[in-house]
Design a protein around this ligand. Structure first.
Ligand code: NAI
Length: 385
């Protein structure tokens, strides 16, 4: 089976690596020849490192690398059985690419997009054979992150969904199937991790260092929200927030914050620019957290309750199964526990009560408990038996 990857940037080269490692011939294309060269160089360097660290033998590495063929023209992909697109995040440009691909690929070639924020239906829309179109969403870095969200569009045929689920599972990935709604699972359910942390800061309940400390030491998360936003890049994180907000028809619970907008406007983009919520320049002192256990628990309880509410609401709207929602957050963003399993552990009634008291306190739609949590609390139910 030959796999085509269009776009040889951060994601495209990672996807090519995964497919070639799984034994496929991979054709890699980019409309910038320099970009394609850079991708091949970086893949070579990466396998050199794997060999040097004795994670792989030289022969195996060479065989995998030989399976990745850079191609100069898009129509060199004629023989591909699956083509995954990882080009610029722009609807018109992506639609144009798929129209072009459809002029020469075989009728049974599956076409897929790695988009994070566009709807799969809108990409499949202009296709002549939309049944073969599907979303395959990898996480960065694609070779290391185990999760892949598979997103059938309204138009996707059941056979294509089944074939893709099987193929990506064979590549050693954890596959979750999600509805074609904004943010799919991970980028939707994770919003409160950032949003509620910023809200706590904006209200003056705690400073950033204390919020990060609490989420790590008490919550068990690998990184605190502010550290993580600085790591991802505040421009990227802000764009995702804004896109999800708009795509949900301006549901107030996804509303971006001024704090987030101002750091972007001030070009404090995070680690990559030397400054974000924290100062990464040489000699800068890291702020010290308050280390107040009581306050720490208050912070974690509030953010985790909001995350659980989001996960429960995704289940309420049938975005994915409970298992897939939990897997997505542990395998896609390294959460210490699945959020629905966490709700069972804390007691659904307790989580509901926390949310209900925030809702009463603020009288804001942002804190409305999901109807599913309300029902489960009333009937004393659990997510898992
Ligand atoms: P990137 O900017 O690193 O790479 C994009 C590549 O596509 C560039 O090499 C560019 O030259 C090439 N390109 C642009 N237009 C093209 C065209 N018309 N034909 C052929 N090649 C073209 O971008 P990145 O980060 O790899 O993202 C790619 C896609 O993956 C986007 O849709 C993004 O939303 C999605 N994605 C990104 C993630 C991330 O963390 N960076 C995570 C998951 C999905």
């Amino acid at each position: 089976m030959t796999i085509g990857v269009v776009g040889a940037g951060t994601m495209g080269r990672g996807i090519a690596q995964v497919a070639a490692t799984a034994g496929h011939r991979v054709l890699l294309y980019d409309n910038q020849s320099a970009g394609l060269q850079a991708a091949m160089q970086s893949l070579n360097g990466l396998f050199d490192k794997l060999v040097a660290k004795e994670k792989m033998g030289r022969n195996d590495a060479d065989e995998i690398l030989q399976r990745i063929e850079p191609v100069d023209r898009l129509d060199d992909m004629e023989s591909c059985n699956l083509i995954i697109e990882a080009i610029v995040e722009n609807l018109g440009v992506k639609q144009q690419l798929f129209s072009q691909l459809e002029t020469f690929v075989n009728e049974d070639c599956i076409l897929a997009s790695n988009t994070s924020s566009l709807s799969i239906a809108s990409l499949a829309g202009p296709c002549d054979h939309p049944g073969r179109f599907i979303g395959i969403h990898f996480f960065n870095p694609a070779a290391l992150m185990p999760l892949v969200e598979v997103i059938p569009a309204l138009q996707t045929s059941p056979e294509v969904l089944e074939a893709v689920q099987k193929l990506i599972t064979d590549w050693g990935k954890v596959v979750v199937v999600t509805k074609d709604t904004p943010g799919f699972i991970v980028n939707r359910v994770a919003r409160p991790f950032y949003g509620e942390a910023i809200r706590i800061y904006e209200e003056g309940i705690a400073d950033m260092a204390t919020i990060d400390w609490a989420m790590k030491t008490i919550g068990g998360f690998r990184m605190g929200p502010f550290e993580l936003m600085d790591y991802i890049g505040n421009d990227i994180n802000y764009t995702v927030t804004e896109t999800v907000y708009e795509a949900f028809f301006y549901d107030p619970r996804y509303r971006p914050s001024f704090t987030q907008k101002r750091v972007v406007e001030a070009r404090r983009l995070g680690r990559k620019s030397g400054m974000g919520y924290y100062d990464y320049r040489e000699g800068a002192a890291a702020p010290t957290p308050t280390l107040d256990e009581g306050l720490g628990h208050q912070i974690v309880n509030r953010i985790v309750a909001m995350l659980i509410n989001e996960a429960a609401d995704a289940l309420f709207w049938n975005i994915a199964s409970a298992r897939d929602i939990d897997l997505a957050m542990t395998k896609g963003v390294n959460y210490p526990k699945g959020l629905l399993a966490w709700a069972d552990e804390l007691g659904v009634q307790n989580v509901f009560n926390r949310l209900e008291s925030l809702y009463q306190e603020y009288a804001e739609d942002r804190y409305r408990p999901s109807p599913l949590l309300r029902r489960m609390a009333r009937e004393n139910q659990r997510f898992y038996s």
